[in-house]
Design a protein around this ligand. Sequence first.
Ligand code: PMV
Length: 317
Amino acid sequence: MKKKVIAKAPVNIALIKYWGKEHEEEVIPYTGSLSLSVSELHTTTMITECPQGFSFILNGKKASKEDASKIKKFLLHFAQEHELEGICIISENTGPTASGVASSASGFAALSKAANVFFETYYDDQTLANITRLGSGSACRSLYGGLVVWEKTGEVYTIREDGFDFIMVFALLNHHRKSISSKQAMKNTVKTSPFYPTWVSKTTQDLVAMKHAIHVEDLKAIGELTQSSALAMHASMLAAVPPTLYLNSHSLEIVHAMIQLQEEGEFAYPTMDAGMHVKVLTNQQSLHKVLETLEHFKVKDIVVTHPEKGAQILHEE
Ligand code: PMV
């Protein structure tokens, strides 16, 4: 066992969304997905020796018992229970804290990257990805950089390292109430949405189309598939019983504004996850227009992000 290990992992935003598990325990998705790992928003996690017990500190605060035991359970993939005594996990998310940006993906990727070295398990990349997705499905994509594919088979890999120098603008809206977890919402969509089978076949086809678009560098197709995947994912959960409605009127107004920008020839494609925030896939040329347009909306924070490398070890001793 090492004395101290620090790892860092990026947040990733799916262009082709993952929504629904075929196998809950093993986190086998119904479809593959594809994401962009981004800079500026990431998690840094330190695992170190502690005087006693097991503790998990998140953004400077001792985590709840529930969160700590979730982390401890996850670490059993790397260590025996007694080895977790006297271990401290200290995790920091950058960017606007508590803004609702899904940080569980970067969080579990940083944790498993660090644990693999700290506990000297040294699993190979694919084994580490298989373990990481048990923490949070999308987390396995944060282990890799640029444009990343997570296949239905479990395989995870970078398909395009530089991510075409895309820019992902996060338009963070005000949080009014705690939304339902992605885990709960996807389970309900799979079980009750009449659109779910259509979502699975559409996503299977969209992933093939997206890989092709990346291969032939068809940026417009990449943008259109990104927008379509997000809207179809939300449509599938709107049709669930009870419905899950993450988007609010502000989110939809921004989506409208981005579609308007596309009509004016700009590269500005919205995507939304398990929350009301809107992220816009854009490029250097259209960035100015996107930011100018977002100024007209009630946006709490805007974060401009760029393609980033995958999870890395920053320090070990
Ligand atoms: O990784 P989870 O279980 O939190 O699910 C993530 C789901 C979405 O963010 C909505 C889509 C995705 O592919 O990241």
